[in-house]
Design a protein around this ligand. Structure first.
Ligand code: SF4
Ligand code: SF4
Length: 325
């Protein structure tokens, strides 16, 4: 059985829809996603399960969780009722309009027990969000005494060197700081090369023969990330670092059937090698000669199953992860 007995700390994805379509987004969020938000009853179910598994605090992320600020209050209320603390809410600051409306949102969040915002600061986000909004939101936080976790301060001077009234493309950064700048970005940021981030960087990654990837294949242990798992608005447990693979959290509580979640079970137990064998044998997957590493192979198979074959597989959810990457 696929089972979870203990979780320490993770994140809640209240919506995948986002104002931006950042090139480094491992969740493949974008404005194209449906306008779905976590419902109060789903939030209540998730927090009560998390609490029963020993998880007493979570952060909230997305998508952009404050795209529609009123949608998040019921989620926060459910957390409160289940005695789960909110460590912080991640935001890209795109929703900032003016002082009065920002203060009102922040005061509401504080009333519901949120005391810190993690605010994104990096060139990827700056392709969509002008830096003045980030600065103004930080000032608003200081005005209403909301804590700020600037993510990452290391990029502040870079963004501040550009005109803060408008967004700037990565090409502009390369023109300003030199071509090396873009090559160093993934490492400076600490990118998780999955989802859209993998798509963005794949052309520059070293290629490896298919057979060699199979030979090196090891179990991916998707259920062991008890400190940085996510649960999304549909109730899916999203393993640490591997979005697009999922099992409903409520099923993992009592033990999910490996025959129902065969892909998840295969990568969990045998790694991408086991998954590739399954895909070739049962779904007619035709492997390429080489890939940009094991995760590229894993994504190639998953995208084939969801997008090319149009299969409705319970462990490759939500489909939007593949559609909108
Ligand atoms: S990185 Fe954040 S802001 Fe950018 S698309 Fe993903 S969720 Fe949206
Ligand atoms: S091979 Fe697949 S499951 Fe394993 S780490 Fe890479 S993306 Fe995740």
């Amino acid at each position: 059985m696929l089972k979870i007995g203990y979780l320490v700390s993770g994140g809640i994805i209240t919506n995948y829809k986002c104002s931006s379509k950042c090139k480094h987004c491992c969740y493949a969020s974008s404005p194209e996603w449906p306008d779905d938000y976590m419902t109060p009853s789903m939030a209540d179910e998730i927090f009560s399960i998390l609490k029963s598994l020993g998880c007493h605090s979570v952060h909230i992320g997305g998508g952009e969780p404050l795209l529609k600020p009123d949608k998040i209050l019921d989620v926060l209320q459910a957390a409160k009722e289940n005695n789960v603390d909110i460590e912080y809410i991640e935001t890209n600051a795109s929703w900032y309009r003016d002082e009065a409306s920002a203060d009102a949102v922040l005061k509401d969040l504080k009333k519901y027990g949120v005391h810190t915002l993690l605010i994104s600061i990096d060139p990827y986000h700056n392709e969509y969000i002008p830096f003045w909004k980030v600065k103004a939101l930080m000032v608003a936080c200081s005005r209403v005494r909301m804590g700020v976790l600037p993510w990452l301060m290391d990029f502040w001077a870079d963004l501040d060197a550009m005109d803060d009234r408008k967004p700037h493309s990565l090409d502009e950064y390369a023109r300003f700081f030199g071509q090396d700048y873009l090559l160093q970005l993934p490492k400076r940021y600490g990118l998780n090369l999955k989802g859209r981030a993998l798509k963005t960087y794949k052309p520059r990654m070293k290629k490896q023969p298919f057979e060699e990837i199979l030979k090196e294949s090891k179990p991916c242990r998707l259920l062991s990330g008890i400190y940085h798992f996510h649960v999304d608005l549909y109730g899916n447990f999203v393993p640490q670092s591997c979005p697009g693979l999922s099992i409903p959290l409520r099923e993992l509580l009592n033990g999910a059937d490996p025959d129902k979640y065969r892909i998840f079970y295969n990568v969990e137990s045998f790694g991408v090698g086991g998954f590739a064998e399954l895909a070739i044998k049962e779904y007619g997957y035709d492997p390429k000669a080489e890939y940009a590493g094991k995760c590229d192979l894993c994504y190639d198979i998953r995208s084939y199953l969801v997008l090319e074959r149009g299969l409705d597989l319970p462990d490759l959810k939500p489909e939007g992860h593949y559609k909108y990457a």
